[in-house]
Design a protein around this ligand. Structure first.
Ligand SMILES: [Zn+2]
Ligand SMILES: [Zn+2]
Length: 651
């Protein structure tokens, strides 16, 4: 018998094998491939192009793993077509290090055994209403959005919905944008359910991955809390998907295989014909559009838990209270912060810039420190005593000679969190402070720091956007936005939306336990309309306006965008080739081609980068026609094309 076997590699089609075994679609097998053996899956169709003279080899053996469900195979085929990724690479996302796990001792699963215990958490009337709306027609595919202010208790509503699904014998998946960092969410889960969920992200051990992968395939594990990649686990009896913080842009995977995990979760739910719940304080523009069109149902939780109110907003006009040189915190701000500290409020100084200074320059020779691999300034990290490229990781020491006059004499322009931290320590010498950024919070002892913050043993935080990601700090009632920078909106069509999400999430960290809280914006810009917009208590006003702008300009979600990034080491050759490629595809695809232009980060990791943008109708025809043409075009060696469907970043 001949069988089509898909292998986790760059091929977009299965290979034909011969076998005497009884094999059916979805079975995991070991097959010879070249000089090695690989794990593959019996696919649902043969390779279409059959005029090749390969010798048909025999399947080595069948693996003792529950076979992959038909609807997952269909989902992977669609995933590959939509994101323009070879089918083999889509399968690779589902396998574990390109393999399948045959056997795990049943002891392994025991730690995740479901054992729902009674809790004394009582839903409010409002929460109960949301749950009711969420559970309408939850036996088949439908998308429900639970929109609620930060701190309004959305989690308890979807936990309750999940409990019902587990009680019916199904599996559930909760997707979270940030997960490796903190046990706060797991603790909340255990408090509600009384058992430990399986947690899935790139940082867990290989052993744990094997247990979870196999437990999911065998239906021995019922609940997974996971990052993007958990979406590809081979669930045997999936009954519900929940995407928490659905608006979060980190659901988009930008490197390697590019896809948007929120959107792919929705399509997986549709292939599985199961319900999916999207949870958010402020929906993404795409989700908002689908709510307005009536494609998604909606429930709203408007009140905050314990009747806590949202923080107030105050603008501190830096034109009135001049900053001293090398200082970024105004006298007026210091007075306000002191009043909060007297009341035992915790204070956060927010600045979305890691390190000490984003730009180092010599007073004598005027040359600045930039990355030799990327067209980007190096950021000075005083704590680590080096200069760092945030894109490629290049490091340099702060030590350089001017051409003639001896050592360089450096000036640091602009602050990063480390520099603000130095200033804060000078102004408030008796207070405990800490920097909260990916440089300081990714380490083992970060749990200890987190506990100190939760217990208000650290009174002042200096943080980057990392802090906006779902942390619950009970005493945090004062946030100072050191420098509200809204200037980046020019070249990024999502700039306004990104700012709305960031500042909404950020202010949601404050005032979570009922005490009055305030967010202060320091700014020179007297046109504060943008600040008013993004801090409006009704974010729908902003979303409605933004959606209208997108409609008028034919931008997503009204059109499909596909970014094509071509990289190469020779600049002029790259520019020529990018243009040739444009001409080649232009007349043959469903859509318009814009560019080529130099990417905003023109040089990255030693490669020059040119960008093209395809704009077309929202139809898979755009991808299909483009894929056909890409296949026919041969780039010179050393040049590489990356395709990004529905791009979020335009770097
Ligand atoms: Zn670099
Ligand atoms: Zn110099």
């Amino acid at each position: 018998m001949k069988v089509p076997i898909l292998i986790p590699n760059i091929f977009n089609h299965p290979f034909t094998y011969d076998t005497d075994l009884e094999l059916k679609e979805g079975d995991y097998v070991i097959v010879p491939f070249g000089k090695t053996e690989l794990t593959g899956v019996v696919w649902n169709e043969f390779e279409k192009n059959k005029n090749k003279n390969f010798i048909i080899k025999k399947v080595s053996r069948k693996l003792e793993v529950p076979s992959l469900k038909k609807n997952i195979i269909k989902f992977l085929n669609w995933f590959s077509e939509y994101n323009m990724i070879p089918k083999g690479m889509a399968l690779k996302l589902l396998l574990l290090s390109s393999g399948a796990v045959e056997e795990v001792s049943s002891k392994g699963y025991e730690q995740f055994k479901i054992d729902i215990k009674q809790n004394n958490i009582e839903l409010s009337k409002n929460q109960k209403n949301c749950l009711k709306k969420m559970n309408v027609s939850n036996k088949k595919f439908r998308v429900h959005v639970l929109q609620g202010t930060t701190g309004s208790g959305k989690t308890m509503v979807y936990f309750e919905a999940l409990k019902e699904i587990i009680n019916k014998g199904f599996q559930g998946l909760i997707l979270l944008p940030e997960i490796g960092l903190t046990g706060q969410f797991q603790n909340k889960f255990i408090e509600f359910f009384g058992f430990k969920p399986a947690v899935w992200h790139s940082g867990i051990t290989k052993k744990n991955k094997e247990i979870i992968w196999s437990g999911i395939a065998n239906d021995k594990i019922k609940v997974v809390i996971g990052a993007r990649s958990s979406l590809f686990l081979p669930f045997k009896k999936l009954g519900l998907i929940i995407v928490d913080e659905e608006h979060d842009q980190s659901y988009k995977q930008d490197e390697g295989v590019t896809y948007n995990a929120r959107d792919m979760a929705i399509s997986r739910a549709s292939f599985e014909n199961i319900p999916i719940n999207l949870i958010t304080a402020v929906p993404s523009i795409e989700t908002y559009d689908n709510i307005k069109k009536g494609k998604y149902s909606l429930s709203k939780l408007d009140e905050r838990y314990l009747n806590a109110s949202l923080p107030n907003y105050e603008i501190i006009n830096l034109n009135n209270s001049k900053l001293e040189s090398k200082s970024w915190i105004s006298k007026e701000t210091i007075e306000k912060v002191n009043r909060h500290l007297e009341k035992k409020d915790q204070v956060l100084f927010f600045l979305n810039r890691r390190g000490f200074s984003p730009h180092v320059l010599c007073k004598k020779c005027f040359s600045s420190y930039s990355c030799p691999n990327c067209s980007i300034n190096l950021v000075y990290h005083k704590n680590k005593e080096n200069l760092l490229c945030h894109y490629c990781g290049y490091k340099a020491l702060l030590n350089r000679d001017c051409s003639k006059e001896g050592k360089c004499d450096f000036i640091f322009s602009g602050p990063g969190v480390e520099r603000i931290s130095e200033e804060v320590k000078k102004i408030f010498p008796t207070k405990e402070t800490t920097i909260f950024s990916s440089d300081t919070m990714n380490k083992k002892n970060s749990t200890e720091t987190l506990n100190k913050i939760i217990n208000n043993e650290i009174q002042i935080l200096i943080g980057t956007q990392l802090i906006s990601k779902g942390f619950h700090f009970p005493s945090l009632n004062c946030i100072v936005v050191v420098d509200i920078d809204l200037s980046s909106q020019g070249h990024d069509l999502r700039g306004a939306e990104k700012n709305l999400q960031l500042y909404h999430q950020l202010s949601g960290r404050a005032g979570r336990t009922g005490k009055p809280a305030t967010v202060y914006f320091q700014t020179y810009n007297l046109d504060t309309k943008m600040i008013t917009d993004i801090t409006n208590k009704d974010p729908d006003i902003f979303l409605a306006k933004e959606l209208e702008i997108r409609r008028e300009n034919n931008l997503p979600p009204f059109q499909r965008f596909i970014a094509l990034i071509i990289t190469g080491s020779n600049q002029s050759e790259l520019e020529k080739e990018a243009y040739k490629f444009k001409v080649f595809i232009e007349s043959a695809i469903e859509g318009k081609v814009l560019g080529p232009v130099n990417a905003p980060i023109f040089r990255l990791k030693r490669k020059f980068r040119a960008r093209l943008l395809v704009r077309g109708q929202k139809s898979i025809k755009v991808q299909n026609s483009l894929a056909k043409m890409i296949q026919k075009f041969k780039f010179p060696s050393g040049m590489k094309l990356t395709v990004d469907v529905d791009p979020i970043n335009f770097n």
